[in-house]
Write a protein that binds this ligand. Structure first.
Ligand code: SR1
Ligand code: MG
Length: 397
C-alpha cells in the first residue's frame, strides 16, 4: 500500500511561492528574499527553515503522508497535523514559555508555522555530546504540570473537558504508540531489531512474568485513561534546549506535538524518565565524569519535584474543592508509580523496537552491549518495583 501526497508536498524550491500565497505566514518573512533549507531529521515530517534578507526567520513543518523513517510503504495520515496544531494552541495558552512561538496552521496543506529554533539544540544531541543544560528538567516538569492541570478535570469544568476530549482524537498516532511502546518489543514483531549480543537479555526480559504483567497493565492504562491532554511522545528528541547566558539559566522548549491526545498524564513524565535512563546509560558507557553522571542520575527527581511543586501551586485553582490536599498527595503518589512503569516501557522500546535513540545507537560497537543491558535491567526493575522505588533512586548505583 502506498500513500497519497495529493495535497502538495512542499520543497525548498516551492516554499517561497507558498509563503507569498499565504499572507498570514508570508508577512512574517519576505518571501522574495528567502533562503530555505529542509532539516527534518525525525521519523515523520518535512521541516523547512526560512530566513529572509533581513534575518527574519520562520519554521514550517509539513506532515508527510507516510512514515519518513520507513518510506512510502508505511502510510500515515497527515491529519495528525490537526492534532499538533490543536496541541500548540493549547500549550501556547497554558505554558507559552516552554513551546516555540506559534504562528498558525494551514489545514489544507497540513502545514504548521512556528518560531525557528535553529539556534537551539535538540536535547538528545546535547546529552549525547556530554553537555549539561541545568534547569531544563525543571522547565519540563512545570510544562507537564501546567498542561496537565489546565486540560484535566482539575483545572477544567467537566462539561468543557468532555467537549475537548471529543475534539482531540488522534487515533492513528495513538495506535502507533500503543503498538511500538507496549506491543512490538514483547511480540517479536518484524519491526524490532537488536544485535545478537543482547539476544539473551531480551529473551530474559520477555520471559519475566511479573514484568510482562506490569507492561500489560501500563498498556491498559494508556489505552483507557483520558485524564488530560498529553504530548504523547515527550522524549529528549522532542525538546530543544538553549544554554544559560550570564545570569539566565538554560531553557527548554517542547516541540513535535503530533502524538498529542487525551491520555494518562504520567505518560509524558514516564517518557522523560525512560529517556533519562538512555542518556545515563550512554554516559556511563563512554566514561563521563562523576559530575555529569550525578546530574543525569538526579534528572528524574528534579523533573518530578518541579512537576509536583507546580501542581501544588496550581492546586488552589482546582475546579472542585472537595478534592482535598490529601487527595492531591494520593494522586501524586499514583502518578509517580505510573510514570516509572511508563518510563520502563519507553526506554525498552528504543532498545528493542522500531525507531531507536542515538544515545545507544551512536555508541562504538564494543560499548553498546553493556549499555543496552543496563537499560533493559534497570527498566525491568522500574516496572516490577515501581511502587516501592524512590524517584531519587531510579538512576545511580
Ligand atoms: C512510526 S513513528 C516512530 C516513532 O517516531 C516518533 O518520534 C515516535 O516516537 C514514534 O513512536
Ligand atoms: Mg517526534
Amino acid at each position: 500500500m502506498t500513500a497519497s501526497a495529493d495535497y502538495g508536498l512542499l520543497s525548498v524550491e516551492t516554499v517561497p511561492a507558498y509563503l507569498a500565497g499565504h499572507p498570514r505566514f508570508g508577512d512574517l518573512v519576505d518571501p522574495s528574499t528567502l533562503a530555505v533549507t529542509e532539516v527534518g531529521d525525525g521519523n515523520l515530517n518535512l521541516v523547512f527553515l526560512c530566513r529572509d534578507h533581513d534575518g527574519r526567520r520562520l519554521c514550517l513543518k509539513q506532515a508527510l503522508p507516510w512514515v519518513r523513517a520507513a518510506g512510502e510503504g508505511w502510510p500515515l495520515t497527515p491529519a495528525r497535523a490537526n492534532a499538533e496544531a490543536r496541541g500548540y494552541e493549547v500549550a501556547m495558552a497554558l505554558t507559552p514559555e516552554t513551546v516555540p512561538t506559534w504562528h498558525g496552521y494551514d489545514a489544507e496543506r497540513y502545514v504548521l508555522a512556528m518560531e525557528d529554533l535553529s539556534s537551539w539544540k535538540v536535547w538528545r544531541t546535547a546529552l549525547c555530546d556530554g553537555e549539561r543544560h541545568e534547569g531544563v528538567e525543571v522547565d519540563l516538569g512545570r510544562h507537564i504540570a501546567r498542561l496537565g492541570f489546565g486540560t484535566s478535570s482539575l483545572g477544567l469544568d467537566a462539561t468543557e473537558l468532555r467537549r475537548r476530549r471529543a475534539g482531540s482524537e488522534n487515533p492513528e498516532l495513538c495506535r502507533i504508540t500503543e503498538e511500538l511502546v507496549f506491543g512490538d518489543p514483547y511480540s517479536g514483531h518484524e519491526r524490532n531489531s537488536f544485535p545478537s549480543s543482547i539476544e539473551r537479555d531480551v529473551a530474559a526480559m520477555r520471559a519475566d512474568a511479573a514484568f510482562r504483567d506490569a507492561v500489560a497493565q501500563a498498556r491498559y492504562h494508556f489505552v483507557s485513561c483520558a485524564e488530560s491532554l498529553i504530548h504523547g511522545d515527550l522524549h529528549t528528541g522532542s525538546v530543544m534546549v538553549r544554554p544559560g547566558q550570564g545570569a539566565l539559566r538554560a531553557r527548554a522548549r517542547v516541540i513535535d506535538i503530533e502524538f498529542c491526545c487525551y491520555g494518562p498524564l504520567a505518560f509524558d513524565l514516564g517518557a522523560l524518565f525512560g529517556n533519562y535512563l538512555l542518556a545515563w546509560a550512554r554516559a556511563r558507557a563512554v566514561g563521563r565524569d562523576q559530575g555529569q553522571l550525578s546530574w543525569l542520575a538526579a534528572l528524574p527527581a528534579a523533573t518530578w519535584t518541579a512537576f509536583a511543586s507546580e501542581m501544588s501551586a496550581l492546586w488552589p485553582q482546582r475546579v472542585e474543592p472537595c478534592w482535598s490536599d490529601r487527595f492531591l498527595q494520593r494522586w501524586l503518589t499514583g502518578v509517580l508509580t505510573q510514570a516509572v512503569v511508563f518510563g520502563a516501557c519507553k526506554a525498552i522500546r528504543r532498545v528493542v523496537g522500531f525507531a531507536k535513540a542515538a544515545d545507544l545507537q551512536t555508541l562504538p560497537p564494543d560499548l553498546y552491549p553493556a549499555a543496552a543491558r543496563c537499560v533493559l535491567r534497570r527498566a525491568r526493575t522500574w516496572a516490577v518495583d515501581a511502587e516501592s522505588l524512590a524517584v531519587e533512586d531510579l538512576l545511580g548505583d
